[in-house]
Design a binder for this molecule. Structure first.
Ligand SMILES: Nc1ncnc2c1ncn2[C@@H]1O[C@H](COP(=O)(O)OP(=O)(O)OP(=O)(O)O)[C@@H](O)[C@H]1O
Length: 262
């Protein structure tokens, strides 16, 4: 098990981006990003729709080509084959076999990581689907379907978990349960990168990467976001930071592209 106890001496960052730029069909999507993701912590990826969150996650898991700069994941260039076993990825569009049952889907992904049937059952229970374990994925609701995808990402017990909006469409009780689970995983040494539209969830993260239009506005803690954004309410605080950025742009000042962890 690659996990390290949270009281261990500071370790190298799980992810390091330096001048990272991504283009899709020649269009610039991510601009000169520089940040680090600390090991054994939950890093939230926040930003308006289209700001580049999924593109950054795809880059981290190695399925998006990088145009410029470097992206180092668990000490190796993103996309290195050996990372596949150590990185769990939940995409926004659930990658689940519709004709398999919930449990068989999770067992299949678990087997790729050498996990047992019991591990699969545990992951299914963790996402609140124990009662539906034998139902075909095609017969699930949208929220249940995406939870199967989350269970598939969890079952491998990866060192790094990259979750693209894992709680979208979930009820508040399940959402809280899942965030408790994410915290438990981080406490055991796993690193989580989680994107969300729900600013309340930002308060559950240790570190936040704020993106807008493919640029990194800031990397900070939720407390620093409240302070810097001038509001106790994280949504208002984020809007405050966006307004300040727009004013910088209007004043002709260079865009902020690099920040360091607060
Ligand atoms: N395959 C593609 N071809 C062209 N443009 C793309 C492609 N994929 C993403 N983009 C563009 O890249 C930008 C960033 O998209 P991305 O999906 O990363 O944003 P996001 O922050 O995850 O958005 P959302 O919160 O809506 O999921 C958007 O302007 C999007 O239109």
């Amino acid at each position: 098990m690659p996990h390290v106890p949270s009281h261990a001496a500071p370790t190298a960052p799980a992810i390091e981006a330096d001048s990272l730029s991504v283009r899709i069909r020649r269009a610039p999507i991510l601009h000169d990003l520089g940040f680090t993701v600390p090991t054994g912590r939950i890093t939230g990826l926040l930003g308006p729709s289209g700001s580049g969150k999924s593109t950054l996650m795809r880059s981290i898991v190695g399925v998006q080509r990088i145009a410029r700069g470097t992206l180092t994941v668990l000490g190796r260039p993103a996309g290195t084959a050996s990372l596949r076993r150590e990185v769990g990825y939940m995409t926004q569009d659930a990658s689940v076999y519709r004709d398999l049952t919930v449990l068989d889907n999770v067992r299949y992904f678990g087997a790729l990581h050498g996990r047992s049937a019991a591990d699969a059952r545990e992951a299914v229970a963790a996402v609140g689907l124990a009662d539906l374990a034998n139902r075909k994925a095609a017969d699930l609701s949208g929220g249940q379907f995406s939870r199967v995808s989350l269970a598939c990402a969890l079952v491998g017990d990866p060192t790094l978990l990259v979750l693209d909006e894992p709680t979208v469409g979930l009820d508040p009780v399940l959402r809280v349960d899942l965030w408790d689970r994410f915290r438990a995983l981080a406490n055991r040494g796993a690193t989580l990168v989680v994107s969300s539209h729900v600013m309340e969830e930002a308060s559950r993260c240790d570190s936040l990467l704020l993106l807008r239009e493919g640029r990194l506005l800031a990397q900070l803690t939720p407390d620093t976001l409240r302070e810097r954004g001038g509001s106790e309410d994280l949504e208002q605080a984020f809007l405050g930071i966006i307004r300040a950025d727009l004013e910088r742009q209007a004043a002709g000042l260079p865009a902020r592209t690099k920040e360091h962890a607060a």
